[in-house]
Unconditional design. Sequence first.
Length: 341
Amino acid sequence: MSFANDLLTWYDANARTLPWRGERDPYRIWLSEIMLQQTQTQTVKGYYARFLERFPDVFALAAADEESVLKLWEGLGYYSRARNLHAAAKAVANGRDGAFPTDAAGLRQLPGIGPYAANAIASIAYGEPVPALDGNQARVLSRVLAWEEALRTPFDLLEPATGLISRERPGDYNQALMDLGASVCLPKRPHCGDCPVAAHCEALKEEAQEDFPHKSAPVPKKEEDWSILLVFAGDKLLAHRRPKGLLGGLYEFAAVPGHFDRAELSDALTRQGFGGVRILDRLPDARHVFTHRVWRMRGWTASCESFPEDFLPVDSGALAALPFPSALRVYRGIAEELIRG
Ligand code: SF4
């Protein structure tokens, strides 16, 4: 039997039960694939259900305002995914009368749909035989092929992966490889004894499973110091909507790049347009690791008599309704306690 047939026979008996499995609606497949990027399957299930309840089709999502989309996304991280999701929904609903492109090349033209998601959606929704190469697929295939070259991206395996994919059931094949990577061909100690494609696996023959994939040297993360300031104007706390870019559209507190003493922080806030600033108490430090950078945060409380017009004074109800990034979870929690008094 071929690699694809062995894999599909196993999948037919062992497929994971997931809310988006068996789905043919490209809107739902697209939503699940975007949510699953960088996020655990278990976490996605709840978000997927809540999203579909609120936005049952692409027209409902396109008609929503960005803030309510980000609020529903809160906690999933990688917020550019949510903004792109919204932009793509508008493009499909308003520019294409609700119809998604029906092949991977067309899907890649939509915001936020990269080669992986395009291939996953095209294969599952439309049966196009294109491999959905993510880290899991790349791990399995690099072992099956004993791929000697260092992988910069999973798509370095595009050519051999395209040669292996099932022409009859490409969507199931891609999902089968996802399941195999998630439950059998694990990064450490793969369960080769239970593996349906063991007979095809070159790494197993060499007893070198965990040597693959060969990875290029990781790029070191950039470390950034920030001072995060919970600034009060009377009994209201000041929040600010981030412009486009990292975490764009989400809210934040006053912030100064770098770690400073009280006098320096007061000067920095004054330069940002705050008036009558008093730096009050030190708060705990916090740290957040993004894909390519690390924020080392030092927190403070402060008060002011006037503030720039792009800051919003909020009470505890308004604070709870605003979407904040997970990076600020610690300070948001402290802010909620302080504002409740
Ligand atoms: S035999 Fe082992 S290493 Fe090879 S694909 Fe199966 S689980 Fe992965």
